[in-house]
Write a protein that binds this ligand. Structure first.
Ligand code: G3D
Ligand code: MG
Length: 185
């Protein structure tokens, strides 16, 4: 096959309460497998990662935005969300409050973007089995009800980290294709 891979560029956002593992996951994903490129902005960071998805002949450049702490300025939040095409919404399976706040993060993202974007629900820190308080079934149930893809990960061991981002890429690419299809004459 001599197909030229299709090129996609997406901005994505890391969502979830403090200390759920947003930065750990982003760092693992962007530095473990490919080169990373960091840039500091006020209150937020982004990393660039290029990846190839062979089976669908796609080359994706991801701009992964990660909020540094809880920004005080509304303008930082607006800049953070602006142009985002998808996101990973994390909670920490050892802290129920972070799971209960998932709904708030989803609502905030959709409100700021004024539309719904694909989100992957990420149950992080599954390596901490002994202190786990949010069961798989609960996460799955919420994801199903809200039409989100559910992934269990550990930024510590690396389990399913790449998978979470890949799932999001595939969903965004499908969205782009159906949007293009709708626009073409
Ligand atoms: P945040 O960016 O969402 O605020 P961080 O969260 O990525 O800063 O992670 C918060 C703490 O949780 C960090 O610990 C980090 O190492 C830890 N952590 C992140 N992901 C995992 C995971 O999958 N498993 C375990 N066991 N720990 C994780 P410290 O001690 O540095 O604050
Ligand atoms: Mg962080």
């Amino acid at each position: 096959m001599s197909l030229i891979p299709a090129e996609y560029r997406y901005k994505i956002v890391m969502l979830g309460d403090g200390a759920v593992g947003k930065t750990a996951m982003t760092t693992r994903f962007t530095q473990n497998f490919f080169e990373a490129d960091y840039k500091r902005t006020i209150g937020s960071d982004f990393a660039i990662k290029r990846l190839t998805i062979d089976d669908i002949d796609a080359q994706v450049t991801l701009q992964v935005w990660d909020l540094a702490g809880q920004p005080r300025f509304e303008s930082v939040r607006q800049g953070f969300y602006r142009g985002a095409r998808g996101g990973l919404l994390l909670y920490d399976v050892t802290r129920r409050r972070t799971f209960l706040n998932v709904e708030n993060w989803k609502e905030e993202a959709f409100a700021n973007l004024q539309k719904e974007i694909p989100l992957i629900l990420v149950a992080n820190k599954v390596d901490l089995e002994d202190s786990r308080v949010v069961a798989t079934e609960e996460g799955e149930k919420y994801a199903k009800k809200n039409k989100l893809i559910y992934v269990e990960s550990s930024a510590l061991t690396g389990e399913n980290v790449e998978d979470a981002y890949l799932n999001l890429c595939r969903t965004m690419i499908e969205d782009s294709k159906s949007a293009n299809g709708a626009n073409s004459v």
